[in-house]
Design a protein around this ligand. Structure first.
Ligand code: G3P
Length: 219
């Protein structure tokens, strides 16, 4: 499973790229607003350091979405155009996919929506786990079901588990067979952490320091 960062914060992306663990980024209008940057400038900047950067469309009608999607795709070859799981979003996505643009169908909450994403030749489908959990549904079960349905149907669209809120979501997404997990930087940081790792380093360092101390002469 590939790991993506779900942020538009350049410094976070730069750090995670330097750690060597992420191979893509997902953004949305909320994350771009949080970064406080112009959409085009920020996406182009992110594309300089990592591949598969999802940029979201904000128009609603098919024809407008096609124009917008072409514009986003023209920014950089690493751009993946996000369209929502609506009739207009999917219709525009199909036209854009036919032109060779990589499409990420976002705001997916059911297996049926994922099947529609597959039908238009989407590159990614993004089931939103945390938002389903928020309304009392089992978001990860939807990811599991999409993976099973896609395998049964030999679908090429990749399952990108999104709206992941904590480290167990990442583990569960991997066990579910998701192709990609996109996570906030704080969750990525938490993935490294274990008290036994910290305690082990402390002990190894203490023992190493002992070997550096002058040893009493042996008789
Ligand atoms: O990748 C989708 C993500 O940005 C949504 O996450 O936590 O706002 O539901 P969240």
């Amino acid at each position: 499973m590939r790991l993506f960062l779900d942020t538009a914060d350049y410094d976070e992306i730069r750090t995670a790229v330097d750690w060597g663990v992420i191979s893509g980024v997902t953004t949305n209008p909320t994350l771009i607003a949080r970064a406080g940057q112009d959409h085009e400038t920020q996406v182009k900047r992110i594309c300089q350091i990592v591949g598969d950067v999802s940029a979201e469309t904000v128009t609603e009608r098919k024809d407008d979405l096609i124009v917008e999607g072409r514009r986003l795709a023209s920014w950089h070859p690493n751009v993946v155009v996000k369209v929502a799981s609506t009739p207009d979003g999917l219709a525009a996505g199909k036209v854009l996919a036919g032109e060779g643009v990589k499409i990420n169908v976002t705001l997916c909450f059911t297996v049926n929506q994922a099947l529609l994403a597959a039908a238009i030749g989407a590159y990614f489908v993004s089931p939103f786990v945390g938002r389903l959990d928020d309304i009392g549904e089992d978001g990860m079960q939807v990811v599991r079901d999409i993976v099973v349905a896609y395998r049964a149907q030999n679908v090429q669209t990749k399952v990108l588990a999104a709206s992941l809120r904590h480290p167990m979501h990442v583990t569960e997404a991997a066990l579910a067979g998701a192709d990609v997990a996109t996570l906030p930087f704080t969750v990525l940081e938490q993935m490294y952490k274990h008290p036994l790792t910290d305690a082990g380093i402390e002990r190894f360092m203490a023992d190493y320091r002992k070997t550096q101390e002058p040893q009493p002469a042996k008789r």
